[in-house]
Design a protein around this ligand. Structure first.
Ligand code: GTP
Ligand code: MG
Length: 500
């Protein structure tokens, strides 16, 4: 399918650049050049290899609080209001999502001009790409997402990195707010858990490139499947509508991925040739073939996921098999699909293939859509709530009544469009259980001001997101049923712990 990409902040810029590189390397053209990157500091633009310069949009130069050209390690004294809390002295908006949202709001005309460079009629969907813990990623990202949702008819997805456990509480707090803002507004959110993918022996910043490459591989296998050689015929070819249908339930999605070498021995090649020429019995090795595909799909669902989660909490599943058409039999497909139905407990499993005649391996990419049992997100929220309490105790350095102006606008709009969507979503900022039992809705409010608008009534009565009062959230009601399934934990243990 065709996708436009909008990188925001440093992580967004690097990830989009990596996706474009992967496009060149794999010969899958899925953006048609419909890309942009927005940043409040110039450094990350200097690191790009593939992203065209005219598509790198620097914003914030009218703001005195924005350090556009500060070297990353030049941590000069910061006395402006944006750095009232313990900011890391990075360039741009220095980790401050409120400032990020303010800058984006002020520079909407400039942002809109840049958006004209992208043709939304040429693509099936748009995707905002950002580091959730970034002041730019979260702040500018929220405003951009809101803007794209208001001007586009096509789905708008969000892809982004979650901060690792050893990053600051402030980053975790920002990321939790980003999840809180992005999930109700975007058509689907695909977080990448930096913590799960980073090795503890090395600084995270040194591993970005590797993690981004992993992300690019999965994203292209999923979204760019079928964009390499439209001439190759396949009756099971993956259809963009299937990807969009799978993601249409919204919420958080996760991707699994695995490959196996195909039989390139003379014997294997001969068998395939005979089959192609119609000289062999009807797929004599179908049995082995189906078993192999089943094994492959199993390793994909047991692989380390982009966002480790309990796969039984998913609503919809999509599997894409990429490889030589002669190696992917219909029987193999059905076996793989059946396995996914069994393992995830959902019958909503779609499948398609990407015929790559010259490939030496078969790859299975599995998309789990609207997963609700995600320990990492719970952890982030807990950290964020604790951090917010500390801040409040320290005489409320962050004024929660006025914070994240842009995101407030986002939430207000979202609640107009889908009144109950937000309050029904399992990713509420719901404070601690203790607070909920006390009927204290404040935990929700403190973290994100948009809680004021629509969540106060539900923050207490739907603490676990099990609101099933229908309306906009039929789907999340479904997912709630899935999460209530008491034994939905075994698969998670395997899928998130097993490494590729
Ligand atoms: N996977 C991955 N994660 C990244 C990368 N760069 C940053 N991150 C993550 O994203 C978070 C936000 O960092 P940045 O992208 O630098 O922040 P920003 O959006 O530029 O916003 P500022 O705070 O204003 O600099 C970090 O805390 C990391 O968790 C990257 O290249 N790859
Ligand atoms: Mg930055």
């Amino acid at each position: 399918m065709k996708l436009s990409l909008f990188g925001v902040g440093d992580a967004g810029t690097r990830l989009v650049d990596k996706l474009l590189q992967a496009e060149v390397e794999t010969g899958r053209n899925f953006t048609d050049g419909n890309v942009l990157a927005f940043n409040t500091a110039a450094e990350a633009f200097g690191e790009t290899d593939t992203l065209p310069e005219e598509r790198q949009i620097l914003i914030g130069d009218t703001h005195s609080a924005v350090n556009q050209y500060v070297e990353p390690d030049a941590d000069g004294p910061d006395t402006d209001t944006a750095s009232a809390t313990s900011r890391d002295h990075s360039p741009g908006v220095a980790g401050d999502p409120e400032l990020g949202a303010e800058v984006a709001d002020d520079e909407l005309p400039e942002i809109r001009r840049a958006l004209d460079l992208v043709d939304d009629t040429e693509v099936d969907a748009a995707m905002v790409v950002a580091g959730f813990g970034g002041g730019t990623g979260c702040g500018v990202g929220s405003v951009l997402l809101e803007e794209l949702k208001s001007i586009y008819e096509i789905p708008v997805y969000v892809l982004g990195a979650l901060p690792a456990a050893d990053e600051s509480d402030e980053r975790a707090h920002t990321a939790a707010r980003a999840v809180r803002t992005f999930v109700p507004l975007a058509d689907a959110v695909l977080p990448v858990d930096n913590d799960a993918w980073a090795r503890s022996t090395q600084p995270l910043t040194e591993q970005y490139d590797e993690i981004n490459e992993m992300v690019a591989t999965r994203m292209l296998s999923l979204f760019a499947a079928g964009e390499s050689d439209p001439a190759t015929v396949s009756e099971m070819r993956i259809d963009p509508a299937d990807v969009m249908r799978t993601l249409a339930v919204g919420g958080l999605s996760s991707i699994g991925h695995a490959s196996i070498e195909v039989d390139t021995s003379d014997e294997g090649l001969l068998a395939r040739l005979m089959q192609l020429l119609g000289l062999a019995e009807e797929t004599p090795d179908t049995q082995t073939d189906a078993a192999t595909i089943k094994r492959l799909v199993r390793s994909a669902l047991n692989s380390k996921l982009t966002l480790p989660c309990d796969i039984e909490s998913t609503d919809r599943v999509l599997v894409i098999l990429s490889g030589p058409p002669s190696d992917i039999s219909r029987k193999g497909f059905e076996t793989g699909r059946y396995l996914l139905e069994e393992e995830t407990g959902t019958v909503e499993v779609l499948a398609g293939d990407e015929p790559l005649p010259n490939a030496s391996e078969i790859t299975a990419t599995v998309l789990f859509s609207n997963v609700t049992d995600v320990p990492r997100i719970d952890e982030l929220q807990e950290r964020a709530v604790a951090y917010q309490r500390e801040q409040d105790a320290d005489t409320a350095v962050i004024d929660t009544a006025t914070s994240i102006e842009g995101a407030t606008a986002v939430a207000a709009d979202a609640s107009t469009a889908a009144p109950d969507d937000e309050s029904d979503h399992p990713f509420e900022f719901h404070g601690t259980e203790e607070q909920q039992e006390n009927g204290d809705a404040h935990g929700g409010d403190t973290v994100s001001p948009d809680a004021d608008a629509s969540d106060e009534s539900t923050a207490t009565d739907t603490p676990d997101g099990d609101a099933t009062d229908g309306s906009a959230a039929d789907t999340s009601a479904d997912s709630d049923t899935a999460t209530e399934d008491g034994d939905a934990t075994t698969a998670a243990a395997t899928s998130s712990d097993e490494h590729e």
